[in-house]
Design a protein around this ligand. Sequence first.
Ligand code: GLC
Length: 655
Amino acid sequence: MMKVWGGLTRPKAMLCLAAGLLASSVATAQTWPKATGQQPLDPAIEARVKAIVAGMTLEQKVGQMAQPDIRSIKPDEVRRYYIGSILNGGGAWPAMNMHSSVDDWLKLSDAFYRASMSTDMKVKVPVIWGTDAVHGHNNIYGATLFPHNVGLGAAHDPALMTRIGHATAKQVRATGITWAFAPTLAVVQNPRWGRSYESYSSDPALVRSYGEAMVKGLQGQLGSPTSVLATAKHWLGDGGTFHGIDQGDARTSETNLYRTHAAGYYGALKANVQTVMVSYSSFTDTATGKKWGKMHGNAHLVGDVLKRRLGFDGLVVSDWNGVEQVPGCTKWHCPQAINAGIDMVMVPDDWKQFIPATVQDVRAGRIPMSRIDDAVTRIIRVKLKSGLFDASPATGQHPGAEVLHSAEVRELAREAVRKSLVLLKNDRNVLPLRPQGKVLVVGKGADSLPMQAGGWSLTWQGDQTKTSDYPNADTLLSAMKKSLGANRVDYSADGVGVDVRRYSAVVMVAAEQPYAEGKGDITFPATMRHSARYPNDLKALNRVSGKGVPVVTVLYSGRPVSANDLINRSDAFVAAWLPGTEGLGIADMLLAGTNGKRAYDFTGRLSFDWPAGDCLPRTGGVQFRRGYGLSLTSHKHLGKLPEKVLVMACPAESR
Ligand code: GLC
């Protein structure tokens, strides 16, 4: 006799139950928590926006939606094509001169601004310049660079983020630029991702507090001469892709999207962030099995959720040629992306094709005029709020060039370095060093500003640069010499032929070559062990350790890595991440004060789990949990860590 439940046969009842459970787990825009704290629209601004848009032609509107790179457009073309925005991608400088002066940047900014204000539009609309100022104004020769976000997360200090944001905004405004493509709000779940160092933490709560703090710092009082537009990026799930593959597929539930990956955006929205950049990644909803595809074409998450459910009233910008990844699209032609809710298209090179193709889409009914009007309304609203209509960012009021590397900004960056360092080991309390004799500094990274600064430094990848390209900076080597006296510090890149016993201490720097984005991926199944990728660091350490002289190892890395072999050969071990230009901040933490007492204590705590094995926590286990970090008074003896046989290719289950 078939049992029935509520008049249903068992199979049907089970189906209904399953459907009910699925429905309850399936998120819709309405299940997303509402954002709080946004400022209401200003009626006066809205009236101005409406009047400006009403007087614009379709070509002028579409021109406003284009964002070319400065390498592919001249100022007069901004006038002729009504271009709304320009950007300098990593490695683009005025006249392509890396050593351009602040005045060179101001002159170019003024040329673009004046061109945009010389159009035949009824109401002239100024062009807005965006730049990746992601750890200070990192494209500018001589600028002070802050630690990358992975280190700032270890500081656990939102107030410091606001101070850094404000200092960065002043650096950016000093060069006539008013839009920073920062902060990255990725909540990185897998440090294989090459952009892990752009993430503050794997902890959504920390990223949320930091997102709010950094946006407050960057934007400050919108319209003031020390304010820039901030960019919450990359919407959404860039830090949650399978295997941490750059521009890969974020496989999670939509519920987890908002609980984990959107956390920073709730903070940024509370701080009234004015722009959001869309992610290259795609999204597969593991609760329903739905493959949403690339974020650049995701009308649900960009339109229904970000704009309507969360009430974001600023502008949404695509990533660099990001629209081409939407099926059926090219770099310059993607009605799907614009219909999904992208307002400004970062079309670095092909902007001359973008404009007519998009005008044609509107005329053919593939893009409704209402969508174009919404995009242009948002663009002009943001420009009005930024103060661009009131004065040129280059010739109007703005900070002087000294803010790029003043004593004040260098001290702030030095403080940030100190607070970002995490002490993982300090056996026999070798730190702080009270060297009686000479100190030996070892390792290529100790004398390399490019390795100390990481990617997004002067160039996109942070490569093709040398230490002399950073005139206002200190490597750890120069910092140690300044702190102890040059005659008390010797240097060896590799420890070859050095009698370590002549020294009272050794400071070894292990470091990565700089990288950005996908170039930094440690692609599965490759090992996460630092010494597998940088064997010379282990060789150097083997030459100087175990000689009865204390060895302090400082690791420059863009993410937590498997390093038990290095830690075991060190008496003290400091995770220094990518500290930027202020190597003195590291020396501050390694050396006792002149009175022999410690000058500072380690307050940095891991903002990511630190792996024990070569294949990430899932199989290798966690060596140090998020939140771990010693102080000089911990007096914790770490002893020898398990040093497993090097795994060069990780097993499938470690993904
Ligand atoms: C890059 C990055 C993005 C950056 C943009 C402009 O590809 O994904 O973070 O803001 O291009 O440089």
